[in-house]
Every structure is written in C-alpha cells, then in structure tokens.
Design a protein around this ligand. Structure first.
Ligand code: SF4
Length: 475
C-alpha cells in the first residue's frame, strides 16, 4: 500500500503513564490520554499495565498498527487490568513502521518486568546496539527504544533500585528522549538533558500522570503539577515524587525543539510554561512586522497555520478568514491516490472555500515548507477558486539542515530551501510573494527559553552523527 505523508514533518511519538495509588484500573485513562496525543503519532499505539499489588512479573499489554480507536475496543481495554501503566503513540522516523516496532516495549528480566515508552531519537543507538549484540543480546525490534530498555535491564542487576538503573542507562545514551518507564511498583519519567521533547506531570485524585503534553492531562481531568525538567528523572511511588537532577545541565544549555511550538504540539498545550497557541500567534505577528504585504484577507493552512494567521491579522489589521476546510478524518498519513486516478492527495485533505477567497488578495500562512511538494498545489487551488493574488508567509525559517533528534527533516538535498534563494522558492511554488520567519525571532517563540534550531542554522546542541544513521537498523 502506498502511504503518503503530506509535505509536513513527523513527530516521533507521544508517551503517557499513570500510577493510581487507590488501586483503580488505569487502562482507560491511558487510552484517553493517548487519544489526546494522537497528533504525535498515528502509525501504531499500545498500552501496558500491571497490578502493583499482584505478582511482580505480570504485565498485560496490547499494541497494534493504527489509531487508538482502531487498536482498542471497550472489551480489549477491559482486559487490561492494573493500577500502573504506560502508553505510546508512534510515528516512525527511525525504525520501520511495523507491528514489532510498536510500543510500549515490555521486557521480562531477572528483577521482574519493565514497560517502556519513548519519544525521541538517539544518535548513538547504533553503536550501543552493536555492543549489546556482541555480548549476546537478541533484539526483537529495530527501534532505539529497545536499546534503552536493554540498558536499563542490565544496569538493574547491579543497582539498588530501578531509578538508579534508569539513571545509569541514560548516562550512556546520547540524543533526544522523553521516557516513561513502569517497573512492578514504580512509575518513572525521564527527559534528556537538552529537553528536546516535552514531558509533564499531572495529578487526578490519588493518581499521578506523566504525559508528553498538557492537553492530555486536560483530557483525562488531571491537574497540571509541573514539567519534568530537562535532564531530570522523576520516580513516582506511594511516597510521592522523587527527583534526580544529577544529569541536568545549567539552565541556559537546554535545547527544546522549537518545532514543538511551531507545529508539533497541540495549540492547547503549554510546554515548559509557554503556551503553544501564544507562540504561534506571536510568530504570525512577527511575520506581519517583518514581511508586510497589502492584501484583503489572511488565512491559515490548518491546523497549525491558523493561530499564526490570526496573529498576522491582529498585527496588520487585515481581516482574518477561513479559506480551507480540512477533512478531519485524514491523519498526517493516508493511502496515496494512484497517479492514474483523478483524486489529488492535497484535495483529499483540503478543500477551498471559494466564497471566502474569490476576487481577493490572499495572505496564506503555513507553518513550514519541507520539500515543497504540496505548497504549489495549495496555491493553485486558491487561484482556481478565484484568488487574485496569493502571498505566502511561513511561520518558521527555511529548513536548511536535517534533524537527528526525532523529527524527520530529511537530508539537505531534499529540502526546497537548500541552495535556493527565497525568490527561487517563490517561483517554484507559484506564489506572488514569499516570506519566512526570521531565525532571530525563534527565541521569542519560547519566551526566551533555550531552544534547538539546528534544522535552520546547522548548529546543533550536540555533535551530530557524521553520517545520516536514521533508520540504519533496517538495512
Ligand atoms: S533540529 Fe530542528 S526539528 Fe530537530 S530538534 Fe532541533 S529544532 Fe527540532
């Protein structure tokens, strides 16, 4: 089956974990939490639960390919009994999209059982994997996360507690990770020292929750407690939350992925205290200040372009409008129409409200252009609907470098902005004018929190691998 990803970036995953001290089953809470995180991955999902009062090695799990509502039924959720559990939604950037690579990973080892869900990409996973393979380990998946799980299991044999094993294991790994780990009696969350990927803590009654985004806490009726700090390991037990900050870097050295604010995260989430919606609104305002143009209407390419379009409108005084109706049943991936068929991938996803743009000079705000393969089509759709001019404004700077930390920004040669001027890109996509967010505006989107902007500047917070190793396990 030929699956198309729109010309948008993919996130690597969303994670969720719960420990209910009152002993209630947590599977359905995890399900709704994953549902709220579905935008972070639609290829596969899974839930693993355990009973903290039951036998130490017993974990029930279910995972499969597809969306949460395709993989789980009320019946299958009812079979997952336990008061502690972790869940995962996946989008693959390293490791194939196949059932074996679905998470959470569940590992039975000498000290009991581990369940692990991971968001991010490691840059030294290949080397660590080879080391483990030479010492006899047999891998069942082609994902980085299994390397982490193995290391935790190995360290656990010689450490006093599972959190110490997690701490020792993550000292060996390099790259981006937000992890939730379930041991027979503890729920652990860890965020890499740069804090590339988000992770937050919530509480509902007597249950503690770990989630990739705060929108998942809202969905399950939990109150936000705080973010896990970059480099922090939190251990949740009946005695409360213990924090280990021995891996934390000085505050100014963190490097959150700025693309969480621009595109990945849901607008109703806050990451490290910064509202995603506000940062998109702000990006639109900066575009209006830095790339003004006379027009009749400002429209956003849904969903992430909408808040930036509103920001542009507020700053410029040009009316905000809706030009696109999105088919909400199409995810970020779907079955690509055959070349011979008359359906167009873009049109399956978006349709233009002709009444809204006919005879008008339109400013169209999108969050990014990766390869540029869909931008020209969307612009032609606006012109076919009667727009007299189409001015494109992008709420991020041009992509010039790949990402090694869990986002599928591809190799440079595939990026439309590589080796091209803005005018050349504008011609290629068929716009009347084109403007990008200035790189120096990026820090302001995170309200001054230190960010990674490697895919725009080529300056990464850590030495990137010499070769593009993404997906190498599959070779
Ligand atoms: S390189 Fe770009 S996409 Fe990758 S973590 Fe950094 S900002 Fe995010």
């Amino acid at each position: 089956m030929d699956i198309e990803r729109f010309d948008k970036l993919g996130e690597e995953c969303g994670v969720f974990g719960v420990y209910d001290f009152d002993g209630n089953d947590v599977a359905s809470t995890i399900y709704y939490g994953l549902f709220a995180l579905q935008h972070r991955g639609q290829e596969s999902c899974g839930i693993a639960v355990s009973d903290t009062n039951g036998p130490k090695g017993k974990v029930s799990s279910r995972k499969g390919m597809g969306l949460c509502n395709e993989v789980f039924t009320q019946e299958s959720l009812g079979e997952l009994k336990g008061d502690i559990g972790v869940g995962h939604v996946r989008y693959s950037t390293a490791g194939q999209s196949c059932p074996e690579n679905a998470q959470p990973l569940v590992l039975n080892y000498v000290k009991g059982t581990l369940g692990l869900a991971h968001n991010g990409n490691l840059i030294n996973a290949l080397e660590l994997r080879h080391e483990l393979e030479y010492s006899g380990a047999i891998f069942q998946t082609t994902i980085d996360s299994e390397v982490i799980a193995y290391h935790i299991a190995r360290e656990r044999v010689n450490t006093h507690s599972v959190e110490d094993a997690v701490a020792k294991a993550i000292r060996k790994i390099k790259g981006a990770y937000s992890l939730v780990v379930m041991s027979p009696r503890k729920l652990i969350g860890a965020r890499d020292p740069y804090g590339f990927k988000p992770l937050c803590i919530g509480k509902r009654d007597n249950a503690y929750i770990l989630a990739s985004e705060t929108c998942a806490l809202d969905t399950v009726g939990a109150e936000f407690i705080r973010d896990v700090e970059p480099g922090e390991i939190v251990t949740i037990t009946k005695d409360g939350i213990q924090s280990d900050c021995s891996m934390c870097l000085p505050k100014g050295e963190a490097a959150r992925c700025v693309f969480e604010y621009i595109y990945f995260a849901r607008p109703d989430s806050c990451i490290d205290g910064v509202s995603v919606y506000q940062s998109r609104l702000q990006a639109g305002k900066y575009l209006a200040i830095d790339s003004p143009v006379d027009a009749d209407i400002v429209v956003g390419v849904p969903e992430s372009g909408n808040a930036a379009a509103l920001g542009y409108s507020l700053e410029s005084g040009i009316p905000y409008g809706t030009a696109f109706v999105k088919n909400t049943y199409v995810g970020r991936t779907f079955i690509k129409p055959k070349q011979s068929s008359r359906e167009s991938s873009v049109q399956v996803k978006l349709n233009v409200l002709k009444e809204s743009v006919r005879g008008k000079r339109v400013i169209m705000i999108d969050d990014s252009i990766v390869r540029g393969t869909t931008s020209d089509r969307i612009i032609s759709m606006l012109r076919e609907a009667g727009a007299s001019e189409v001015h494109v404004r992008i709420s991020s700077p041009p992509f010039l470098w790949p990402c090694y930390f869990g986002t599928d920004v591809p190799a440079r040669e595939q990026l439309i902005a590589y080796n091209r001027s803005i005018d050349e890109i504008c011609d290629l996509i068929g716009a009347d004018s084109l403007g990008y967010l200035k790189t120096e505006r990026l820090e302001q989107l995170s309200e001054g929190l230190p960010i990674c902007k490697g895919c725009f500047t080529g300056e990464y917070p850590m030495e990137p691998p010499k070769d593009d190793i993404r997906g190498d396990y599959d070779k």
